[in-house]
Ligand binder design. Structure first.
Ligand SMILES: [Zn+2]
Length: 84
């Protein structure tokens, strides 16, 4: 169970939300840092926040993903919500 990256306690995944690329880096269980290429994220990062609506959407889907233990579920949810 889990990939080689998980065994090191570190994983990196990218998601595509509303035309933006969101990268989630997990340093430890429950400790995830986000990056996104949108202007909202850059403004947020300038405030020391590092957050945007795209990261929020991935995080919401990822929390479901953890419960379900299904990588495909996150991708499916993001596709369904990508229009807005
Ligand atoms: Zn964003």
């Amino acid at each position: 169970m889990g990939s080689a990256a998980d065994r090191r306690g570190f994983s990196y995944r990218t998601y595509f939300v509303s035309g933006h690329t969101v990268a989630a880096t997990r340093h430890a269980p429950g400790e995830v840092s986000w990056s996104c290429d949108c202007a909202e994220f850059q403004r947020s990062q300038a405030r020391g926040d590092a957050w945007c609506s795209h990261a929020q959407r991935v995080a919401a889907a990822a929390s479901i993903d953890r419960l379900a233990r299904s990588e495909g579920l996150v991708q499916g949810l993001l596709l369904q919500t990508a229009g807005c």
